[in-house]
Design a protein around this ligand. Structure first.
Ligand code: SF4
Length: 332
């Protein structure tokens, strides 16, 4: 994890697609003024940031398209397709599925069937806060089902192409890439969301937020950590005119996260918005987030062992552990 900004997320409209854990509750169009977009791009250029535009579901005016194309970028909602639920087929090769845990479990075979259609599948659970320990076995089984399909696809691809299975840390499995299962195979250190550290979001109002979810909260009047609605719900951390201003930014860093810094669920999103909502501290994870990430970590270990039994080695051996929540084995 690099402790400096690398990405600028630009929400082009209030109705830009939700692509992560938080739903976008805003339903009325509010396009970012073109002058604000120009300033945001300039900020990104000065800071040498990779820009990620987040698109609404309508076509933008031509003057926006010209400005957008003036700098290297990724289009979320266009280049990266986002689906709520599990479609029968997907458009594009880089796909995000936003699912509840129940949908993930119920649609495990349909999800597995999508894998040959894409180069990258990111699954983002939208109800982590509501996850219950009683769902543990079902989630584990669903991961196992999909893991078997991943193993079969990888084995077939490697034997067909004679390509190496993985090309090292940060590399991608030979044509099958699923965040929940294959990322942990290649990671040797934390690679989390890094909102506020590795990336920052600018909203249509020209203000910076740690991530889109904090903007949504502000717009919905949710300001404090108990999700109470208050009159002053400001969650911004600067704006495109005065620059970025994140108070006590070090408190978002992993070296200030006592549980996460000792953890090896390296693929975990480590969502600071969920943390803030569920534990009242941006850098302290919830039980739900840790258990889900450890079930995925352990399923990655099983996948690794299945591949190794077929002579396909991923290099970075994932050790066996006997807990699902690092809080349970914390050092006092
Ligand atoms: S599993 Fe828990 S402790 Fe580990 S990185 Fe994720 S949030 Fe942090």
């Amino acid at each position: 994890m690099k402790p400096y900004l690398q990405y600028l997320v630009i929400l082009l409209d209030d109705t830009s697609v939700a692509y992560c854990h938080a739903d976008n509750p805003l339903t009325e169009r509010r396009l970012m003024p073109i002058e604000t977009l120009r300033k945001a791009i300039r900020f990104g250029m000065k800071q040498n940031l990779m820009i990620q535009y987040v698109y609404p579901d309508y076509d933008l005016p031509e003057e926006y398209n010209e400005l957008i194309e003036s700098i290297d970028h990724v289009k979320i909602g266009r280049d990266v397709r986002v689906y709520n639920g599990v479609p029968a087929a997907v458009a594009g090769k880089n796909v995000v599925l936003r699912l509840t845990t129940g949908e993930f479990i119920a649609r495990q075979y349909d999800i597995a069937a999508l894998l040959p259609q894409v180069e990258r599948l990111n699954i983002c659970l939208t109800d982590i806060a509501a996850f219950r320990d009683e769902q543990t076995e079902d989630y584990k089984k669903a991961l196992g089902t999909i893991g078997k399909v991943v193993a079969n696809l990888l084995t077939k691809q490697v034997s067909d192409t004679e390509h190496p299975l993985f090309e090292g840390a940060g590399g991608v499995g030979a044509g099958v890439s699923l965040n929940l299962l294959t990322d942990r195979l290649v990671l040797t250190e934390m690679h989390n969301c890094e909102a506020g550290i590795g990336n920052i979001t600018v909203a249509p109002n020209g203000k910076f937020y740690l991530c889109p979810a904090f903007y949504y909260d502000e717009r919905m009047g949710i300001s404090n950590r108990m999700n109470h609605t208050t009159k002053d719900a400001s969650r911004s951390v600067g704006d495109v005119d005065s620059g970025l201003n994140i108070p006590n930014r070090q408190l978002l860093q992993i070296d200030h996260a006592p549980l996460c810094r000792k953890c090896d669920a390296y693929h975990c999103h480590r969502c600071i918005w969920l943390n803030d909502r569920l534990t009242m501290d941006a850098n302290t994870p919830s039980h739900q987030q840790c258990v889900l990430a450890h079930l995925e970590r352990n399923a990655s270990r099983e996948l690794q062992q299945t591949l190794a039994a077929q002579g396909l080695h991923t290099g970075n051996e994932i050790p066996e552990i006997d807990y699902l929540d690092p809080f349970d084995v914390r050092e006092e």
